[in-house]
Design a binder for this molecule. Sequence first.
Ligand code: UD1
Ligand code: CA
Length: 450
Amino acid sequence: MAAAKTPVDVVVLAAGLGTRMKSALPKVMHPLAGRPMVAHLLATVAGLAPQRVVVVVGPGMEAVARAVAPLPTAVQADRRGTGDAVKVALPALADFAAGTVLVLYGDTPLISAGTMQRVLDSRAAGHAIVVLGFRPAEPGGYGRLVLGRDGGLDRIVEAKDAGPKLFASGLCNSGVMAFDAATLPGLLARLDTNNAKGEFYLTDTVAHARADGRSCAVVEGGEEELLGINSRAELAVAEAVVQRELRARAMAGGATLLDPATVWLSHDTTMGRDVIIGPSVVFAPGVTVADNVEIRAFSHLEGAKIASGAIIGPFARLRPGAEIGANAHIGNFVEIKASTIGAGAKANHLAYVGDATVGAGANLGAGTITCNYDGWNKHRTVIGDGAFIGSHVALVAPVTVGNGAIVGAGSVVTQDVPEDALYVERAEARTQIGWAAARRASRAAKRKAG
Ligand code: UD1
Ligand code: CA
């Protein structure tokens, strides 16, 4: 495939309010696989190595500007339509007289790099405008593409402006359009608002280019990658598409997903080979899993790094900053936050380990709790190599348990424990032989006496 040799600038339109999302968050900030949908789109765009990318946002959309930084944004003061939005981006492309301007919509984030490239290749053949069309099962509100007798594109008619015959047409505008950069400013200058929405439609540029005798073309893409997200329901459909791709990628890389449909991944989840993932495991952003790791059912992981051979779960929770060493075991109802767990260490049941360093081969009994927060500040707990922490132990940080030390069950540890020492803190226990039997006998005697 001959790649387009002309330079490419990309304009991403994201100024719309997304009212149908019913959200305080701008539409393009709603996440797909753990990152804003606009970031998902921009990651694909980066693969095209464009010369410039500009994102058009609305007034007050600083969150979007931060999410796309260091890419520049242009602010569209009044949302007067997609044609106006592209006009707002032009100054950022000012010294750009030749090549292609590729316009993408921030709410259509699933489009693949390969499809974008097909549009650019068609543009490189000399068309003034190339539009990415598709045939959705329900054409509904999409703009309709009107072809000429030569098979070229004559005009685009918005659904609200289409008569019943055109409305019935299945060939729709995905929103992706590639323009000859030299003619784009002139075409935008001719747009007007004489239409059903009273907006400057970017799509009207096609009819103007045709009136000038320039050719316009359609490239067709698949429905799934061209899904426009306007509502929460459509967001859920898009998330399902992305998850399916991420699961396929993990399996292709050598991971077994016992029940793929129930495993939720993030865009940046990385997994080695011979990893086994049980059912209903959630990977929030920032998780790295090395080779030969097993993650058992119903575990939730975020910002965690797991070294080879470790076993996590079932029902484990790894929070940001959890680093699990090789062959370590983290069992059911164990929560780890901002802590390093040494190689071969074990915390198999019911524990909270926060702001701690746990040495290699250490063993944390059921109910081990690091008391890391005093109501104002967080403090660290250090547990040495090969140390043994008995069941139901509270470690009041800051505190250190030396290498090889043993802490007896039920202890509250408020002092550092030296290497190889035994620390036990426990109220005195009493056992009275026969006491229970004697009490039962005296009760029975009283009952008999009435
Ligand atoms: C648009 C197309 C339609 C196409 C559909 C595909 C036009 C006139 N219509 O319709 O042909 O089938 O997308 O999904 O282009 N935006 C701005 N500023 C504005 C208006 C919109 O930045 O003033 C942005 C929005 O944030 C959005 C994109 O442009 O990302 C599309 O706008 P939207 O209002 O959703 O257009 P549609 O009605 O879906
Ligand atoms: Ca839309």
